[in-house]
Design a protein around this ligand. Structure first.
Ligand SMILES: *Cc1c(COP(=O)(O)O)cnc(C)c1O
Length: 421
């Protein structure tokens, strides 16, 4: 029996309606930008396995460091104990994060990094004897699948069964260059009528909303308003972090820095699950007290796992290397050229790009999980490209090490797919 067949017996896949999608493709090996399946087919991983393995799969620089670490210290409790990989990682991260970030708190995945961010913001006010119980978030945001993260997520198709149990959230539209005053008025009304604790947002690019992009200027206006009301700002950089927007973090395109930043996905270069929530000194100080209950009583068993920290450190070293920075510039220019080539295609409604994130909307009606979407996905896989269209949006977010030839193959396959529609 193949893995694909054995899989069906016991496995329950994430974000999957198994009655409609019973089949999974079994991947047996990954190297650089290439995935190998059990039938001998290869696929270019044009979405970097959900934006994680940005330096290529099984990158030997990273795997060697982790293998070495594995011989010395594997796992240890991070309450009352500490270790070199965590210390080094905190130093390396604070070096590249926006200037106001001072403290690093560990968890296990993107959702928990947001959960931690929300809890930090709520307790920040609580510790200062202010009751604030409402959050603000963008329409169509996505922040993960745990309850706090779901509450701030606006993509309701995932939330239906759970909505009755959510934290109270008020939604605002993303800035589009014309609605800044409208958003500001909405914010004023919301903050007059509610005790707002925090604003949680994906800066510049909303990944799960099909790579929806907004401008830094509009976001800066929102952040400035939040600061004036002591509304804690929580930037969810789980998707945008580590170079994808052309800077190390999307927040670095802004004038106003968020109080809290959530990181995961590319943090560990695609090797191990881990997340970080960083914050400013001011947030941290609100938890310092002779009263033990004012501390932050949140912790995961695998917090700051030394192997994951080692992978993250190696990833940050690569991110800062001349080689990767050149690659990022090369991909940005390559996508721009492809955009010019495809934007007037009759099947293309719109193109957009931020850094190495490229997206095109098809001028075709399509449901997020409809048949046409499935047909497109199959076309890409049959042609050796791993791309996952989000409704009628096709996006590319490839590892930084993708070659020009591989990029051209991705572009050509997208162009060929348009002909089939
Ligand atoms: C993927 C993602 C999350 C959730 O991360 P998980 O590791 O899947 O829990 C949260 N926020 C954003 C912006 C994401 O892209």
């Amino acid at each position: 029996m193949t893995l694909k067949e054995r899989d069906k017996k016991h496995l329950w896949h994430p974000l999957t309606q198994h009655q409609l999608h019973p089949e999974s493709i079994a991947i047996v090996k990954a190297e650089g930008c290439t995935l190998y399946d059990e039938d001998g087919n290869t696929y270019i991983d044009a979405i970097a396995s959900w934006y994680t393995c940005m330096y290529g799969h099984c990158n030997p620089y990273i795997t060697n460091k982790v293998a070495e670490q594995m011989q010395t210290l594997d796992q240890v409790v991070f309450s009352s104990l500490t270790h070199e990989p965590a210390v080094k990682l905190s130093e390396a991260l604070i070096d590249i994060l926006p200037d106001n970030q001072e403290k690093i708190f560990f968890s296990d995945n993107g959702s928990t990094s947001v959960e931690v961010g929300i809890k930090m913001a709520l307790q920040y006010h609580f510790n200062r004897n202010e009751k604030r119980n409402v959050l603000i978030a963008f329409e169509d945001g996505f922040h993960g699948d745990t309850f706090g993260a779901m509450s701030v997520s606006g993509l309701s198709m995932y939330n239906g069964p759970f909505e009755d149990f959510f934290i109270e959230v008020k939604r605002i539209p993303t800035p589009d260059g014309t609605n800044n005053n409208d958003i500001l008025n909405q914010l004023k009304t919301i903050s007059e009528n509610n005790k707002v604790a925090a604003f949680v947002y994906e800066p510049l690019v909303q990944g799960a909303a099909a790579m929806k992009m907004h401008d830094a200027e509009g976001l800066d206006i929102i952040l400035e308003f939040c600061k004036s009301q002591n509304i804690i700002t929580v930037a969810d950089e789980v998707m945008t972090g580590f170079g994808k927007t052309g800077k190390h973090f999307a927040s670095l395109h802004l004038n106003n820095q968020s109080d809290i930043i959530c990181l995961s996905k590319a943090l560990t270069a695609g090797l191990l699950p881990m997340a970080i929530t960083s914050c400013s000194q001011e947030i941290y100080n609100a938890f310092l007290s002779d009263d033990i209950t004012k501390g932050f009583f949140h912790g995961h068993t695998y917090s700051a796992n030394p192997l994951a920290c080692t992978a993250a450190l190696a990833g940050i070293e690569l991110l800062q290397s001349e080689d990767i920075q050149q690659n990022i510039k090369r991909i940005i220019a390559s996508h721009q050229a492809f955009g010019g080539r495809i934007k007037n295609h009759p099947k293309v409604a719109k193109i957009r790009q931020t850094g190495i994130i490229f997206a095109l909307d098809l001028d075709v009606q399509m449901e997020r999980y409809g048949n046409l979407r499935d047909q497109l996905f199959k076309f890409f896989m049959d042609n050796g490209i791993f791309l996952r269209p989000l409704g009628n949006t096709i996006y590319i977010l490839a590892p930084y090490v993708i070659t020009d030839a591989e990029l051209e193959k991705v572009y050509k396959t997208i162009e060929a797919a348009l002909v089939t529609l």
